[in-house]
Design a protein around this ligand. Sequence first.
Ligand code: ATP
Ligand code: MG
Length: 418
Amino acid sequence: MDLEVVTVGSELLLGFTIDRNTADIGRLLAPAGCNVVRSTSVPDEEEAIRNAVLDGLHRTGMVVITGGLGPTADDITKKVVAGIFDAPLELDSDYLEKLERRFAKLGRGPMPSVNRCQAEVPSGATTLRNPRGTAPGLWLEGKIGTAIMLPGVPVEMRGLMEGEVLPRLREMMFTGNSPDRVTKSCTLRTTGISESQLAENLSAVEPLPRSVTLSYLPGVDGVDLRLTIKSAAGDEAAEALDRAKAILLPTLCDRFYGIAPIALSEVLIDKLRDARMRMAVAESCTGGMIGARLTEIPGASDVFAGGVICYENTSKVRDLGVPSSVLDEYGAVSEAVVLAMAKGVCRRFGVDAGVAVTGIAGPEGGTSEKPVGTVWLAARLGSETRVARRWVPGKRSEVRKRSAQGALDLIRTMLAGD
Ligand code: ATP
Ligand code: MG
């Protein structure tokens, strides 16, 4: 089943609110076999709403509309859609009573009169229960198609989608005798390899099952590879995705670290736990990011001992025992210093695993020999040490994030025995 989404709200176009509703709707509907084939955002203006909804109805016969159902003057979705369906607004006295009871229960005085309009529904529409707010969802069918109106507040919209809309859509598809077809995705997460290098490596693998599409989703932490299969029977979809995964994984080798939404820090914590090891971090330019990423994961205390943010040189000497002579001779951003940091932090915390980062995050401080983005990473595991020099492109925040990811990945690959 194909449908379109129309999100209503001037704030979406002015850039003050990021449209989450379209994303949530797409994610909720795909596994149920409904495809969002187009989404449009329009301002709170009659003409714009009317045109977007009419266009969507003409193309697919079904439109989900979010926003503009509230009681204030800028909320005009219901009136506009009622006009399209030639379904005049009528007072739903049952709903009005429910609304009044809701306000009485809240105990904040009588219901404001502006809320009364929320009990007005287009003639023939079904009201959809919204336990999280005052505006009901509305399901309106006519010769022209079906319009499903939902409140703009994301949590209300999602509740209505899950509780009221999805069951109705499933029933429609079922009674329409269309087989149970679904859209499924699976995302393989990689890091430490560029999008173009991945594409080149993967160009040599055997073709994926025809129905599976592969998308490259690059980000600061790496490139996600999303496999999607559309409109397939449930078992068939799962099998095709498994086959595609089996084709890609050998080529991705150790650049693959898990299936989304898993984070690299979570993978690392699991590996350390399996290896019965504890870890500490010595962070200069990342300023605590690595520790933050590890402690984001519940249960991190099983493996994470702590860390030192040794931002200035005196801290590197005092807190980690980096010899001043080494700092003087090679500079803070150097192989010798990062190695001494990793060794020092393991000793300080009495652990057998550690990572260290020192680099020039910019925008100042670069030289021709050590330009902005120069980063040294070190990882220790027992008596083994690995060190890497990277040149990380991007702004300060990117250099820091990529360095943190690089350090986590360096020790992950050591633990994997690669
Ligand atoms: P209410 O009954 O609360 O007035 P409503 O249906 O009238 O709901 P809006 O007034 O359009 O909805 O929006 C309510 C809130 O939800 C606003 O803060 C708005 O920014 C937010 N919102 C609306 N649409 C979206 C969207 N597509 N994505 C994320 N947030 C949204
Ligand atoms: Mg609005």
